[in-house]
Write a protein of this length. Structure first.
Length: 389
């Protein structure tokens, strides 16, 4: 992948002002993943955005259509109580703004949880879900009884001009490099005075919800780490007027996360309005890189020339592996799909067939306790098990 010329600062994809190089972050991935590369993070001093400079949306689309496993993860289970609670919060936000029973589209709908919740809650308007990964979307939806689902991506929506009253983008914009292109497409599809509701992880409040040493930055497909100012700049630039900015903590089946939500309206009377910054996102990224290096040093010392096994092909592991210097290393994962491939040349083995020798590193932050219990049941000595924190 071509590297940017760091002597020529890039243009911030949110506000359009100059950005500068912040840090390099080497990732890894399964097989020939697009994420077997070094990401170049840029930072914008004007709006506070931190983003990966050297990746594009064509590459990212191949990840979502070929490599991504969102469709199989319990994290996105539409009937999970935590997700239902979150859908109800989204509905409450819309209701409080007087947005009810209009024709709407959820872009990046995944398994269709929110539009299904709307229909089940009595929403009296067309509900449609669009996603680039057809594997995620329900295949048994009936147009006269439930939401409609369409295959399409956020930069090229399969929708007519001025056809929708409301577009929602829950955890989409952090995955798309061309922020302005996405918002231009939204403006094309929305009716005059239509609404757009965006939610992203609140990068300014990552530190309020720490998970391990580098969880938030290790999510490789999160290209943008947005501040409120960055989103406001981007929306204003495409003719949207910001109506409200909401910050809150919302649930998932595994953890709670800092949420940044912005409701805006398609209008010709846009103006730049800024929200006060809560923290310097660039400093959080640098601190995460330092913590990751410290973690790698601890794992290298743990190996000390002996056999080391790692359980769990997680986002944390994909950031940690490039920093390890271990000769005798094996990697295992309970996923049969992952067992058909490899990472950095090492085959991914079945945990039940792994020799119990040396130390065992449990890589995932979120499922560490569960994996440790499974390892103990297999006979691994508790003293030999090390959980990444």
């Amino acid at each position: 992948m071509k590297s940017p010329n760091r002597s020529n600062p890039g243009k911030c994809p949110a506000c359009g002002f100059a950005s500068t190089h912040l840090v390099d972050w080497e990732f890894s991935g399964l097989g020939d993943s697009i994420f077997n590369y070094t990401a170049h993070f840029n930072t914008c001093s004007t709006c506070g955005l931190v983003y990966i400079h050297n990746i594009d949306d064509k590459l990212l689309e191949t990840f979502y259509t070929e490599e991504c496993g969102y469709f199989a993860k319990a994290h996105f289970e539409v009937t999970a109580p935590a997700n239902r609670e979150k859908f109800a919060f989204y509905g409450k936000v819309l209701a409080e703004q007087g947005i009810r029973n209009v024709d709407m589209v959820d872009v990046g709908c995944g398994r269709g949880g929110f539009v299904t919740w709307l229909v089940q809650s009595g929403w009296n308007g067309v509900c449609c879900g669009v996603d680039v990964d057809a594997r995620s979307m329900p295949i048994d939806s009936e147009m006269d009884k439930g939401p409609l689902f369409l295959d399409g991506d956020a930069l090229n929506l399969p929708l007519d001009n001025r056809s929708s009253d409301l577009l929602t983008y829950f955890h989409v914009l952090e995955h798309i490099h061309d922020t302005h292109g996405l918002l231009r497409e939204a403006a094309r599809v929305l009716k005059p005075d239509g609404y757009i509701l965006i939610e992203v992880p609140d990068a300014e409040n990552y530190s309020a919800r720490p998970i391990g040493s580098a969880f938030w930055i290790s999510i490789r497909e999160h290209i943008h780490h947005f501040t409120a100012n960055a989103l406001v700049f981007a929306l204003n630039s495409q003719g949207f007027s910001v109506q409200t900015v909401l910050r809150q903590t919302l649930p998932t089946p595994e953890f709670s996360y800092p949420s940044l939500m912005i409701l805006a309206r398609k209008t010709h009377a846009s103006r730049i309005s800024q929200s006060p910054a809560h923290m310097d996102v660039s400093q959080f990224v640098l601190a995460s890189k330092t913590a990751l290096r410290t973690q790698a040093e601890q794992v290298n010392r743990l190996a000390d020339g002996k056999q080391l096994s790692i359980w769990g092909c997680s986002a944390e592991l994909f950031s940690l592996l490039p920093l390890l210097d271990i000769q005798k290393m094996r990697i295992c994962d309970s996923s049969q799909l992952k067992q058909t491939t490899h990472v950095r040349g090492l085959p991914i083995e079945d945990p039940t067939s792994l020799p119990m020798e040396g130390s065992l590193v449990v890589a995932p932050y979120l499922y560490g306790a569960e994996i440790k219990r499974a390892a103990l049941r297999l006979g691994w000595p508790e003293a030999s098990i090390y959980r990444l924190q």
